[in-house]
Design a protein around this ligand. Structure first.
Ligand code: FES
Length: 103
């Protein structure tokens, strides 16, 4: 199991575990506030916007061109922004910290 730490707007840390699927699916299954996953994970809604902890960015990787285009429509975008439906859970992500983006 891979541990993923979600930080919500109330500054609570939620330590979740999964073997597969996307970060968005994990967050929605665990009712993480602010992650809605409205489009079901096809990169067309930006309701799964998170900020990756800077120290974890290299392990998570960069957004695809399609994801970057969708992020342009989101609020509170930073250089650490990702749409978490586009991040597949694997053991290389063990312990990463992602903060739910506001807006
Ligand atoms: S769930 Fe819609 S873009 Fe991620």
């Amino acid at each position: 199991m891979t541990q993923i730490i979600f930080i919500t707007a109330d500054e609570q840390e939620h330590v979740l575990e999964a073997d597969s699927g996307s970060l968005m699916e994990l967050a929605v299954a665990n009712n993480i506030a602010g992650i809605d996953g409205d489009c079901g994970g096809v990169c067309s809604c930006a309701t799964c916007h998170v900020h990756i902890a800077p120290e974890d960015k290299a392990r998570v990787g960069e957004a695809s061109e399609i994801e970057a285009d969708m992020l342009e429509l989101a609020e509170n975008v930073t250089e650490n922004s990702r749409l978490c439906c586009q991040i597949a859970i694997s053991d290389k992500l063990e312990g990463i910290r992602v903060t739910v983006a506001e807006g």
